[in-house]
Design a protein around this ligand. Structure first.
Ligand code: WTA
Length: 649
């Protein structure tokens, strides 16, 4: 037994949950013994236009990687999220929309309305020339139109690529270019925490020079003035007036792409993760129902943004496929004050609440009165995602928000995995603060020794985390670059999907994610490649070289620590520091702004010129007693200078 304190589910939870401990064991074993039989059964969760006869067709061998699920089946995702609910729950609320400003009106959108809005938006997209297989970029605030736009694309077989509204025009332009999008859907403005960003301006900047074929469909949301790009721009409300609400869903193959979502990796620029139609939907729907123990009548709220995978799977596709009521929140946790999350929970009687550890830590710092003045008795299950949760934050979440009675599902997964891969289940597992606990059905985690790639079978174990076999929600490829897909995920540990994370398995065979083992950092639950920030910094004319690493940050989990070497003749100054911060914001977006910039006359390099990032990480972590061997450095003295001028003392 491990010595971690455990929190078993209540008798009530065990009695009412979809899956209790016995059922978990039986189902998990069945999912390994007979994957085809198990997933054929789960495939019935969605409606098929043409039923599948094949289930799994997978090869993880480098050079030959293929991942197919339900390959000969045909279906439409938007029909699964709207049409099929009309008869039984047409008048039920599908989406509750809560605006940034609490004084503005909440919206309740029924399944009947959601269906009509989706069909109309789909017809508008068709009228702009979008057809099956075409790409549409969505760059919207958290408004219902974001969900309509996703479902509208799915309805006509177009592939959406959502770009988080916090990304800069440059980052947006790169993503429009990356998938050769025909249309960008945006809004005039995007309010967040009382401040409005002019999204249409960002789109104009992104598209102005190189994209004179890309049309832009604009939602009127904030009523502010926007600049028009002649006849390439269209107001959504004007176009909606011209179309009918009848739009038969396109018949899609299970393996037709549903969406592309760019995410950061170890090297280079972000890559377009591709998810397909059938397997993704089955997996999103199943994990949504079972992980959150969703029952009819529940009010489910995931606080993520649709710009990230969590918003795709657990605000839109999973919940809507299940006919759930899903809450969509436009604002931020601290506006107008630190009570906002809890006021929204009280107002809508939220039953499942799913957020990120960074939000919990930020709110924890504001004191518990903001929470306790609200009635949170409706909440049954709490969830977290995005980064490891520290025990202090877990305990606060459990006691102050959950009143000590709500299971916390600590869901570990990735953009690449489409849905949860490891999590405790509310009625099945005695939770341990900070542990992602157990694999979901069909998931076979393995821990490997990092250098020898040997599988560690005994417990406890620690090493790199791989997955031994496929599951229906797994990404299929990198958009336009299958070789990069294979190299990134299947080359380092042959025969396995390599997650990029490290993990421990304790004496009870429970899993603990220890964080990324590559050059990806996790800032406020947002994933970022250090290489991206470095390339933004070196694009500045005064910067000669830069190296970026993560360091522990109390609220954000990790902060961005940048070492910058200036061009000869340039002098460090406060002004230049500010200029570089603003520069990175403009190149990528506010989430990439360096927290600390250290002027580095030299960087620690091997004699062959490779930067030794391990050393830079240790210095940033304030752990330079453990620098290890520096004798292979071309110039060991640079390390002394870096230590002397460390930023976060
Ligand atoms: C990290 C977000 C610990 C992990 C869904 C992973 C977590 C990366 C957890 C993926 C968790 C996510 N505990 N770490 N519960 N959830 N991570 O693609 O390092 O934005 O590889 O997907 O976040 O981030 P992504």
């Amino acid at each position: 037994m491990s010595d971690a304190k455990t929190y078993p589910p209540s008798d009530d939870m065990i009695a009412n949950a979809h899956v209790n401990a016995d059922a978990y064991e039986k189902m998990y074993q069945a999912s390994l013994d007979d994957p085809d039989g198990f997933w054929a059964e789960q495939g019935k969760r969605v409606d098929w236009i043409k039923p599948f006869t094949q289930v799994k067709d997978v090869d993880f061998t480098l050079g030959n990687v293929k991942i197919n699920w339900y390959a000969d089946g045909q279906l439409n995702v938007s029909a699964n999220c709207t049409d099929r609910h009309l008869e039984t729950r047409g008048d039920q609320t599908a989406i509750i929309w809560e605006p940034d400003n609490p004084d503005d009106d909440t919206k309740h959108i029924t399944y009947t309305q959601l269906h009509a809005e989706t069909c109309k938006m789909a017809n508008v997209l068709r009228s702009l020339g979008v057809g099956k297989g075409d790409r549409v970029v969505i760059y919207l605030p958290m408004i219902p139109e974001a969900a309509y736009a996703m479902l509208a694309c799915a309805r006509i077989g177009a592939i959406h690529s959502i770009v988080f509204a916090g990304f800069s025009p440059d980052a947006l332009g790169a993503r429009v270019n990356g998938c050769n999008a025909k249309v960008v859907i945006t809004s005039d403005g995007a309010p967040r925490g009382g401040r409005v960003t002019n999204l249409k301006d960002n789109v104009n900047q992104a598209l102005l020079n190189d994209f004179d074929e890309v049309k832009c469909l604009v939602v009127k949301h904030t009523d502010q003035q926007v600049a028009w790009r002649g006849d390439l721009d269209f107001w959504l409300h004007e176009e909606l007036d011209k179309v009918s609400d009848d739009c038969p869903p396109e018949t899609m193959d299970a393996e037709d792409p549903l969406f592309i979502l760019y995410t950061s990796g170890s090297t280079g620029q972000p890559k377009g993760v591709v998810h397909t139609t059938g397997g993704y939907l089955v997996y999103a729907a199943m994990t949504h129902e079972i992980t959150f123990d969703y029952h009819d009548g529940d009010i489910y709220w995931c606080t993520a943004d649709v710009g990230w995978v969590t918003g795709h799977s657990y605000i839109v596709y999973g919940p809507l496929a299940n006919g759930a009521t899903t809450l969509m929140f436009e604002g931020v946790p601290t506006y107008p004050d630190a009570s906002r999350f809890w006021q929204v929970c009280e107002k809508h009687k939220v039953t499942q609440f799913y957020t990120a550890p960074t939000a919990i830590r930020a709110l924890m710092g504001q004191g518990k009165d903001f929470v306790t003045k609200c009635d949170l008795s409706s909440i049954k299950v709490l969830g977290t995602v995005g980064e490891p949760i520290n025990p202090e934050a877990w305990n606060w979440y459990n006691e102050v928000v959950g009143g000590g009675t709500c299971p916390i599902v600590d869901t570990w997964w990735q953009t690449e995995t489409g849905g949860h891969l490891m999590t405790p289940l509310p009625g099945a597992h005695a939770m341990k603060p900070g542990s992602a606990m157990k694999p979901f059905f069909g998931i076979q985690p393995v821990i490997l020794e990092p250098t020898t790639a040997e599988v560690i079978t005994e417990n406890p174990a620690e090493g790199v985390l791989c997955i031994a076999d496929s599951w229906p929600g797994q990404m299929r490829t990198v958009w336009g670059d299958h070789e990069r897909f294979e190299k990134t995920y299947f080359a380092d540990y042959p025969g396995y999907y390599f997650t990029g994370d490290g993990a421990k398995r304790d004496a009870d065979a429970d899993y603990w994610i220890t964080g990324r083992v590559d050059d990806v950092i996790n800032v406020s639950g947002h994933r970022m490649g250090t290489a991206e920030v470095e390339s933004a910094l070196v694009a500045h004319p005064k910067v000669a070289e830069s190296a970026v690493v993560g360091y522990p940050h109390e609220i954000k989990g990790q902060g961005i620590y940048s070492y910058v070497t200036l061009m000869g003749g340039e002098e460090p100054s406060e002004e230049l520091r500010k200029e570089l911060e603003a520069w990175v914001r403009a190149e990528i977006g506010p989430i990439a702004k360096p927290d600390l910039i250290q002027w580095a006359p030299g960087l620690p390099k091997t004699r062959s010129g490779k930067i030794m990032r391990r050393i830079l990480r240790k210095i940033a972590e304030n752990d330079y007693g453990a620098l290890g061997d520096t004798s292979t450095l071309a110039d060991p003295s640079v390390v002394d200078d870096l230590i002397k001028n460390r930023m976060n003392r």
